[in-house]
Write a protein that binds this ligand. Structure first.
Ligand code: PLP
Length: 479
């Protein structure tokens, strides 16, 4: 590492990125390239001799950026947001700069200890129950994604049950969720060896914004017990991917507890909002959960990746995921004096990700973070009102956070035609390059999703977005 070269190129790179942000609105939000476009633009093999940073940055401008979908654009409203911020960026830089790999405490004590501290800070901001704090049996850990979080807790829950029921019982283990739960749960079941027939995907209640009904869960658990199966894992949602539905955590948790089922709460997107006292109610009942997850990289100004997982019993995780090879042995670990996060996750190596979350928490402060969330929710509320005032559209589910779900209203009760019309509208607005929204299906209806949460989004962007959607729909309806 040549420090002077780093200084020179680093400054140039920061300038390049700062200019990118300055001009971000000039790019089509959704990349408009065709599959395979880059093969035609780049050589077939790596260069034999060094090239200059200028040459590379030129290629970034002319060849890479056209193939980028601009998630940080203020006109990005698809999926759920994936926030980047100056604070998060500085934390990422610092993490790359110190370049440590903090799998065990000894490999960089600050990495483990800072992670424990910032996860405790955030647990307190969310008013999570004491048992999720690091001072007792519980604690928090940064995973790469909500999918990894679900997988590790499912493995922990599986092994906990199999220790008492016997290894041969794997085929009897049953998982419960609503049909609105993210596909990450299905993937976790596949990896954890859960029999596909033992995944109970319960129909969400269409009259309550697609939440899971506790009676359905109770019924399914009772039937499985009668059949000699072993209910072992329940995934509840706070902010489903399709419509931001919130499951009744307290009632679900009660059923889980009385049947010794591990209760995981997936609040990947909406968890961030729960730092605001007025939104904390949506995680009421979290005290009944065994684990809780929110993605700081979604709506908490922390650059990807930074998925926060808290568990009530860290030993369930470490008993399932620990290894102790000779080449990693060290005094602190052997004496059980420290947390070794390698035993809380799938990979061995891990980055110093807590730095960026620490930077975000310190450079913004809790009050600014709350106001950041509130502002997006207000913009979503305004958009919801605009949609509901337009006779061509209907709001499909009541908005709670910053996601607005809507569609063009059907004519002649023709749902099929309505679905294709909404898909046509989606294609028309996204190919305009002016904005990017995404879609889902709810009870067979194609629904358009506008998730407000990009850090640069302001009122004018939301208004302009709505104008573009209205223009496109008038054109479509005239056709
Ligand atoms: N859970 C919910 C509710 C989500 O919305 C998403 C992604 O949007 C996920 C889980 C998966 O997140 P990740 O990409 O971090 O695995």
């Amino acid at each position: 590492m040549d420090s002077e070269q780093l200084r020179e190129y680093g400054h140039r790179m920061v300038d390049f990125i700062a200019d990118y942000y300055k001009t971000i609105e000039s790019f089509p939000v959704l990349s408009q390239v065709q599959p395979g476009y880059l093969h035609n633009l780049l050589p077939d093999s790596a260069p034999d001799h060094p090239e200059t940073v200028e040459q590379v940055l030129d290629d970034v401008k002319t060849k890479i950026l056209p193939g980028v979908t601009h998630w940080q654009s203020p006109n990005f409203f698809a999926y759920y947001p994936s926030n980047s911020s100056v604070a998060g960026f500085l934390g990422e830089m610092l993490s790359a700069g110190v370049g440590i790999v903090g799998f065990s405490w000894v490999t960089s004590p600050a990495a483990t200890e800072l992670e424990m501290i910032v996860l405790d800070w955030l647990a307190k901001l969310l008013n999570l129950p004491e048992h999720f704090l690091s001072k007792g049996n519980g604690g928090g850990v940064i995973q790469g994604s909500a999918s990894e979080a679900i997988l590790v807790v499912m493995i922990a829950a599986r092994d906990k049950v199999l220790r008492s029921a016997g290894k041969n019982s794997l085929g009897k283990l049953v998982v419960y969720s609503s049909d609105q739960t993210h596909s990450a749960l299905q993937k976790a079941c596949q990896i954890a060896g859960i029999h596909p027939e033992n995944c109970r995907v319960l129909k969400a209640d269409t009259s309550t914004n697609f939440a899971l009904r506790p009676e359905l869960l109770q019924e399914a658990v009772s039937l499985d017990l009668e059949a000699g199966l072993i209910p072992f894992f329940l995934c509840g949602n706070v902010g489903t991917t399709s419509s931001a539905a919130v499951d009744p955590l307290a009632a679900l948790g009660k059923i889980a507890k009385s049947n010794e089922i591990w209760f995981h709460v997936d609040a990947a997107y909406a968890g961030s909002a729960c730092i605001c006292p007025e939104y904390r109610q949506y995680i009421d009942g979290v005290e009944t959960a065994d684990s809780f997850n929110m993605n700081a990289h979604k709506w908490f100004l922390t650059n990807f990746d930074c998925s926060l997982l808290w568990v009530k019993d860290q030993h369930a995780l470490t008993e399932a995921l620990s290894t102790n090879p000779e080449f990693l042995k060290n005094k602190a670990s052997q004496a059980n004096l420290v947390v070794d996060y390698k035993d809380w996750q799938i990979p061995l190596g891990r980055r110093f990700r807590s730095l960026k979350l620490w930077m975000v928490l310190r450079l913004y402060g809790a009050e600014a973070l709350k106001n950041y969330i509130r502002n997006h929710i207000k913009l979503a509320k305004d958009l919801e009102q605009l949609v509901s005032q337009d006779p061509n559209f209907e709001v499909i589910t009541p908005r709670i956070f910053s996601l607005v779900c809507f569609r063009i209203v059907p004519t002649d009760n023709d749902e099929k035609k309505c679905n294709s019309r909404n898909l046509e509208l989606l294609e028309a607005v996204n190919s305009s390059g002016k904005l990017f929204i995404s879609h889902t299906a709810l009870s067979g209806k194609i629904v358009l999703r506008c998730a407000i949460g990009a850090p640069l989004t302001e009122e004018k962007h939301v208004k302009e977005t709505w104008k573009v959607i209205q223009e496109k729909v008038s054109y479509l309806l005239r056709k």
